[in-house]
Every structure is written in C-alpha cells, then in structure tokens.
Design a protein around this ligand. Structure first.
Ligand code: ADP
Ligand code: MG
Length: 694
C-alpha cells in the first residue's frame, strides 16, 4: 500500500489549478495523469526578466521588464494590421504591438495615462524599439507578483506555457517533506540537498546551468530515480534467488548425441555461455539468465543443449518465441536434432486447435513431450506440464520484469529461465533493464561468416538497384526487400509493401513474394516457406522479418528509406543476410538530404557489424527512451535520469542498491523504511511485494 504521505502526489493532475478537462488530455500526453508526473516534468530552460532598463537602454532581442507610462492607442485601420500602443518613460518611447486583440483587453490592461510594468522580448523595427504581445502587463503595485525568473517547460501543441507553470505552481506546495533515503555522507560528498528542496529548486532554475543534468538539484533527483530502479531490480532478483530452485544436472548422453550431429563445433562464446547456464542449473538457486547475442551468433543451439540437460535429468523444457513464424522456425531447426537424440519435441501455437491441441496438451501433462516449442500460447491457462524445469524465452525485449516472473509460474517456483535477446543492449541499459538477471554474452560470431558489404544509395538510384537484382538472381542469390516504415501502423506499412511488390512483380514475375503484418499467419508462413525453399527469390517485406528469421540462402538485403529506421532495427535487418557461406550485401536506400542523425546511423552501419558497438552508438544518438522502439522494449523509461550522460551515477546506484540489499534485504532499518517510500515515489511498487513484510 502506498504510504499516506504520498497521496497528494498521486492525486489526478486535473485536481491542479487551471487544468480542466481539455488541458488534462494534453497534460497527460506531455507528462502523465498524476500530480507527481507533472512534478517530474522539469524545466528545459528559463526566462530571465531581471533586466530592468530604461527605454533608451533596451537592446534588440533582450527580454526586459520596463516601467512605462501608457500613451496614445492607435487602433488598426484594417483588421489585418496590428493594434499599437505608444508608451514612454523619461528616456524615450516605444511601441507595444498586438495582433487581433480581444476588443476590451487593451483598454483594460493599458489605460491611457497610467503607469504600467511591461515584460517581454524587445525587438527593433526600423530602428525603434517595440514589444509584441508583452508576456506580462501589470500595474506598479503588482510588481511583486511578476515572476522575474520564469521556468520554461517542454510543451506539446495546444498546451500554453502559462498553464503548465500555473499547474506546477499549484503542485509544488503539495510536495511533502520525506524522510531521507539517501546515504548522508554520499549526499554531502555530492553536495546535494534533501529531496524536497531539490525538487523545488529543480523547478526554479536561476541560470541556464541549473537546467543541466549536472545541476545539483537535478542530479540528486536523477540519482533518486536510478536508485529506485536498481533497488527494485535487486529486490526482484533477491526474491528469485530466495525461491527454492532445483539442482539439475544431466549425464550428457543426449547432449553428446546432438553435439556429434552438429556440423560445427561450438564457438568459445557459446561454450562459455553454456557453462554459465550449466552452473546455474546445477545450483540450488533458480536461474534467471539473459543470453545476449547478436543475430546469427548461435543462440538457438545453446538453448537446445541447455534444454537437453533438463531432459536428461528427467524434466521437461519449453521454448517460447514472440511470433508464429519464429516458433515454427525454431521447431524446424530443433526437431531433426532432437530426433537424433530420441527426444520428443512438439510445437504448440494458437493454430494448433481441436483434437491436435488436446493431444498436445495431454502429452505435455503426461510428460510424453520432452520439449515444447511455441508462442505465448504455451503459457495459457490450460497448458500444464508434468515437470517443467527449464523455460527459454526468445527475443524477449518485448516483455518486462513482471512477465518474466509470470512465465516462471508454469513450472512451479523452481523453473529455471533463460531469456534470449537478439538485440544487443549497451551495458548501461542491461543494468537498468535486466539488473535482476545474470547475463551471458555471445560476443563472438560463428566462424566463416563473410562481412556484409554495406552501401548507401540515394532513392533516385532505385531503378539501378532493381536492374542490379537481375544479375544477383542470375547468380542464384535470394533477396530481401524491406519497405519503409510509413507510420506506426501495420495498415499503411502494408500498403507501401504491396506497392513495391506490384512494381517488382511486374519486372521479375512470380519469383517475387510479399509478406507483411496484416496477412494471416497461415499465409505468412506459406510465403516464408516458399522463400526458404528458394521458390521465391525476392521477398518484399515490412519489418515482420526483422526478428529472427533464418534463410541462409538470402544474400542481398535492400532497405528502402533506410533513414526512417533506427540503428538497432537496421542492424537486425542486415543480420538476415550473411548467414550462409556466400558473400552478402546490404543496400541502404535513403531519401536525400539526410538529417544529421540519419547520416550518422548510416555511417555506423557501414563501419561495423558489431551489434554491441552498434547498440552503444544507438544509445548515444538517440537516448535510452527511444532505443529499441520504446514502449515495447520493456526498458524502463526514466523521467529525470539520462543514463547515457549519467552512467557514473547509474553505476553508483547499482553498487548502492547492492549494498542496501546485502545489509537490509527487507528494508526494515530506518533508511530501509525511507527507501520503501522512494520505491513508491517512483512507482516501483511491485518490488515492495517481494519484501518479507511488504
Ligand atoms: P541466433 O538465434 O543467435 O540469431 P542461430 O542460432 O539462428 O542464431 O544461428 C545462426 C546460424 O549459425 C544457424 O544456421 C546455426 O546453425 C549456425 N551456427 C550456430 N552455431 C554455430 C557454430 N558454432 N559454428 C558454425 N555455425 C553455427
Ligand atoms: Mg534466433
């Protein structure tokens, strides 16, 4: 239960002054639905109105606060001209300009002959100073209400700065004093203040330096956020470890058979990762391990060999893929190897229905099936295993911490979990997103891969590329042609792909196929199967092929509007080729002129195929929130912390969290109790549930 002291912060944002039903929606889009969301929405700059010149002293472009006497009003002759008001002081005169003012507004705010204080940006027009729409117009006795330093907030269309300022002004008095959760000496060493003053300061910058991440008030808040993140993950991890696991040890008889049947030897990285997994399985702790490896680094084999250990020990294993295509592909890869070893493997997806599904469920429940491969259908309620001891989750960056825990419930509390992701994640992010897991990295590619020849061409050369495909196809190549992301909409993407398909089909005829997200799974699979068999030579696709698809004969990857794709995505797509022994190429077709970031992405793509390096560069170019397609990524969204800029703070928070958990695993000390409040404050409530007296 959220502590009462935080209630005001979790009240709806609409309870704040000035936020009615209309603005509420915009505020939600900008910051969130709660008061605290608005408080985390920190200024991006400030307006300094402290300059108080006489009219003769004003400078072009400066924001000034000027005391004047209102002179003549000059209404416009036509509606399109502005309304002008002369003002003066003892040093000179200037004009105040209004476009389309409300009829009585000027008469009311600037009565002729009265003294007023105006604040706004001064501009020179034909040599004389003027001010268009002053930000503030007040009588002298209201000067004290005029904010000489004004915080500027990031905005969204339709939401005026003044509304946000007003809402934040209404929110700040609600901020309670909270017990200190940070370590005292550390705060002192960093020269950081307590939480409440820091938050208030962060909203009231005095200079441009105060809105930088390194400003003490902001750094403190960022550290709070990072600590909450690291502590929450640490607690989840601790809870996983507290649950009894099983010690699983195979005798190697199945694994030996499969290894003998493989046409290759394991790479060093595969062997190392497997040894790490073996050790986890053997230990009494339950395993929660992330296997991170670039596309084509050979994760599948590692997963299979690990699953065989479970089978050798008399248990079952399950492997879950994010899509139907992938589940089928895994099954197709694994089935022949399992057959060699006499291991029964089956496939269960949403498409296994009726009698077939019942049989499968029966076989899983009775233990006849050793390994069950499937989609999330595997974890539906009616699926039961006799003895599931090991679960593999492929391509997992689409799930969060929560789901990871849920998956394990199928096999009872002891189930070991191996999560595989083909998206290399920078170390800093691994820490923030997977801090609850142990990590193995496949950072070495299987031997014999030739580098993919990567080129960038402007879209005007598209027809040249089409003609060059003739040659490639004559030489037996297979081609992926990936169509641009038009919008975040399957429908629109599909339409673009269909158009390109028509175009290529007109040139190449029936050897062109099409696959996109709007197709029925059966139809998708049929097309993929025809591509795998070589019947289709050019596959026009949307990004549905991004994840995991393996067609070793494909050697050409064309990406249309490459500038619209993120770096991680480009890398994933390129990873679809260069899987066989033949030389492969990747053509990045871009719309000129390229923006700075897009140009940088394409440059990196040409420089390296190292997924881990690409991931680091991606983080540098984009900021963590956007990485991996944001929302789906399961990566935490930081409100204040900038984990690229504040790596050091993250590392410190990581160590800090570890120390806290070692000394006070249930957060029962004085500091521990304060830390609970911190977890609630940053909405890491789920972590609290894992405390003994949560
Ligand atoms: P990932 O799932 O990591 O993208 P896969 O497991 O699909 O990669 O492996 C890609 C290809 O590399 C597969 O064809 C696989 O048989 C092959 N492969 C895996 N390990 C090795 C190895 N040690 N040596 C040579 N080829 C390998
Ligand atoms: Mg894979």
């Amino acid at each position: 239960m959220r502590p009462e002291i935080l209630f005001p912060l979790f009240a709806p944002a609409r309870s704040l002054p000035g936020i009615g039903p209309r603005l509420e929606k915009l505020v939600e889009k900008l910051a969130g639905t709660k008061v605290i969301d608005l408080l985390w929405h920190l200024p991006s700059g400030l307006i300094d109105r402290r300059s108080r010149p006489k009219i003769a002293e004003v400078r072009d472009g400066e924001v000034a606060t000027i005391e004047v006497t209102v002179g003549l009003h000059i209404p416009p002759r036509t509606k399109r001209l502005p309304y002008r008001v002369h003002v003066f002081d003892e040093t000179g005169e200037m004009q105040i300009v209004f476009f389309n003012p409300r009829p009585d507004y000027i008469a009311k705010t600037m009565p002729e002959g009265e003294r007023r204080i105006l604040s706004g940006r001064v501009e020179f027009y034909q040599g004389s100073p003027q001010m268009t729409h002053p930000d503030h117009i007040v009588p002298l006795d209201e000067l004290k209400d005029l904010p000489l330093l004004e915080s500027v907030y990031p905005l969204t269309a339709g939401l005026p700065l003044k509304s946000i300022q007003k809402a934040v002004r209404g929110a700040l008095p609600l901020v309670p004093d909270l017990p200190e959760w940070q370590n005292g000496p550390w705060l002192k060493a960093q020269r950081w203040g307590p939480w409440r003053p820091s938050l208030l300061d962060a909203h009231a910058p005095q200079s441009a330096r105060d809105v930088e991440p390194s400003a003490p008030a902001r750094a403190r808040l960022a550290y709070d956020e990072l600590l909450a993140n690291q502590l929450a993950l640490g607690l989840v991890r601790l809870r996983m470890r507290r649950l009894p696991g099983r010690s699983i040890e195979g005798d190697g008889h199945l694994r030996w058979k499969v290894e003998a049947a493989l046409p290759f030897a394991l790479t060093g990285a595969q062997a190392r990762s497997l040894a790490e997994i073996d050790a986890d399985m053997k230990s009494q702790h339950r395993m929660l391990r992330l296997l991170q490896g670039d596309v084509g680094s050979g994760k599948t084999v590692v997963a299979l060999l690990a699953m065989l250990t479970a089978v050798e020990a008399g248990f079952q294993a399950a492997m879950m893929a994010p899509t139907e295509i992938l589940a089928r592909q895994h099954y197709a890869t694994l089935a022949p190897l399992c057959e060699v070893a006499g291991v029964r493997i089956e496939l269960l997806t949403g498409r296994e229905k009726g009698k077939r599904r019942e049989d499968l469920l029966g076989a899983a429940a009775s233990g006849e099936v050793d390994i069950l491969v499937g989609t999330h259908a595997l974890f539906q309620e009616d699926v039961a295993f006799r003895a599931l001891a090991f679960a593999v989750v492929d391509e997992q960056h689409r799930f969060g911490v929560h789901q990871r825990l849920m998956l394990t419930s199928k096999g009872g509390p002891g189930t070991d979990v191996l999560v595989m992701t083909a998206t290399p994640i920078p170390r800093t992010l691994t820490l923030t997103a997977y801090g609850d897991m142990d990590v193995s990295r496949l950072d070495e590619k299987p031997p014999g891969r030739k580098p993919v020849d990567t080129r960038a061409l402007p879209l005007e050369r598209l027809e040249d590329v089409v003609s060059s495909l003739n040659r490639a196809i004559a030489g037996n190549a297979q081609v992926y042609w990936v169509c641009p992301l038009v919008e975040e909409s399957d429908e629109v993407d599909a339409a673009a792909a269909e158009q390109r398909y028509e175009h290529l089909h007109a040139v190449f005829g029936n050897i062109v196929g099409l696959v996109h997200g709007r197709m029925k799974p059966v139809d998708k699979d049929a097309v993929m199967a025809r591509f795998e068999s070589g019947e289709i030579r050019i596959l026009v696709a949307t990004t549905v092929i991004e994840v995991g698809v393996n067609v070793p004969g494909a050697t050409v990857m064309v990406i249309e509007h490459a500038e619209r794709f993120g770096l991680a995505q480009l890398h994933q797509l390129r990873g679809r080729v260069g899987r066989g022994g033949d030389k492969s190429s990747c053509l990045l077709l871009y719309q000129a002129p390229l923006g700075e970031t897009a140009a940088a992405r394409i440059k990196i793509m040409r420089e390296t195929e190292d997924g881990f390096r690409i991931a680091e560069e991606d983080l540098r170019l984009r900021g963590a929130g956007e990485l991996l397609g944001t929302r789906q990524s399961g990566l935490p969204n930081f409100r204040i912390a900038d984990i690229e800029e504040q790596k050091d703070l993250l590392a410190a928070a990581h160590d800090d969290a570890r120390m806290i958990i070692e000394r006070d695993p249930d957060l029962e000390s004085e500091r521990g109790k304060a830390l609970r409040i911190l977890l609630y404050l940053f909405e890491r409530d789920e972590a609290i549930r894992y405390l003994r007296s949560g």
